[in-house]
Design a protein around this ligand. Structure first.
Ligand SMILES: NC(=O)C1=CN([C@@H]2O[C@H](COP(=O)(O)OP(=O)(O)OC[C@H]3O[C@@H](n4cnc5c(N)ncnc54)[C@H](O)[C@@H]3O)[C@@H](O)[C@H]2O)C=CC1
Ligand SMILES: O=C(O)[C@@H]1CCC=N1
Length: 289
């Protein structure tokens, strides 16, 4: 098992060196997952924006080289993972654009930033990935979309990395904003729904911890069941004619619950498109100045 995992994370027989630009929430989660999957921490370097963050992040990732110097981080790396906020991409990449070579595979997990934007100012091969925070428990769901310079092997390599943290699917980049909304942002939406379920228990007088246990347990049960059954089959199995569940379903339909969820996803995805346009405008104004 361990050998299997290690081989997934090796590049053609040699151990890959990883650079993570932006050891924030998702960058740190990726570093931790790589280490859990068998990557030697000393083959990972990562950066943070502020000097004050180095010791905190270094403490969380023993053995990983942490710095604020992106040039040092990417030097000698086979795989560079870009994990800064969208509006930080230009500041992070511009100063090191000449250091990123065509041999390096740059995997960006940045929402809304296209491979085309990144390819526009670095020579590296670029893959856009959208993991979710589930990677911290090796149950992440990640979609990867190849840029124009990558080979099939590069895509396999990227998916191999994220498969060691959960599941990975390869997609066309045109779906990435929608995927970001569904699986990237999804854990936050599910958390909101779960919180509401728990609070409904409180409203009806169920003790706090019992309400929480039942709500979380129900989310887990439903997710497991829905892996093998269609949603309408589960609805039918649970809903007794003239019983209690149908009363709740009526309220959900009256409040357009499904329409609301679709609008949530649509709006979230639309923001991805806005971010692409904002970043492109930022690049144009930098080039013009
Ligand atoms: N948090 C999540 O669940 C997910 C986030 N993402 C994407 O990952 C990216 C990062 O998100 P978070 O980790 O949530 O944000 P975060 O704010 O926790 O992390 C960003 C990190 O980048 C560092 N940073 C900023 N500018 C830098 C620079 N010039 N050089 C080096 N480091 C720099 C900051 O110090 C910080 O540690 C975003 O683009 C987001 O769209 C993607 C999937 C899921
Ligand atoms: O909210 C965001 O922009 C990022 C992308 C997916 C999850 N968090």
């Amino acid at each position: 098992m361990l050998i299997n995992r290690l081989s997934k994370l090796c590049l053609g027989g040699f151990i890959a060196r990883y650079a993570i630009i932006g050891l924030g929430k998702i960058g740190t989660a990726i570093a931790k997952s790589l280490i859990k999957s068998g990557v030697d921490p000393t083959s990972i370097s990562g950066s943070v924006r502020r000097v004050e963050s180095i010791s905190r992040v270094g403490h969380e990732l023993p053995g990983v080289f942490v710095t604020t110097n992106n040039a040092e981080v990417v030097k000698g790396a086979d795989i560079v993972i870009l994990a800064v906020k969208p509006y930080q991409v230009l500041d992070a990449l511009m100063p090191i654009r000449d250091l990123l070579s065509s041999d390096q595979l740059l995997i960006s997990v940045v929402a809304g930033v296209t491979t085309g934007i990144i390819e526009g100012f670095v020579l590296s091969k670029v893959i856009r990935a959208m993991p979710n925070i589930g990677i911290v428990i090796e149950r992440g769901v990640t979609a990867v979309a190849p840029g124009s310079r990558v080979s099939e092997d590069d895509v396999k390599r990227a998916c191999g990395i994220f498969s060691s943290m959960g599941r990975c699917v390869v997609v066309n980049e045109r779906y990435m904003d929608a995927i970001t909304a569904i699986s990237g942002s999804g854990p936050a939406f599910m958390a909101l729904i779960l919180e509401a379920l728990w609070e409904a228990g409180l409203l009806l007088g169920i003790p706090t911890d019992i309400s929480w246990e039942l709500a979380v347990g129900t989310l887990e049960t439903s997710a497991e069941l829905l892996r093998f059954r269609k949603p309408w089959e589960v609805v039918e199995e649970v809903t007794t004619p003239g019983g209690v569940t149908i009363r709740g379903i009526k309220v959900a339909e009256e409040g357009s619950l499904r329409g609301l969820i679709m609008r949530m996803i649509e709006e979230t995805a639309r923001r991805g498109g806005e971010i692409s346009r904002e970043i492109e405008a930022g690049i144009r104004s930098r080039i013009n100045n």
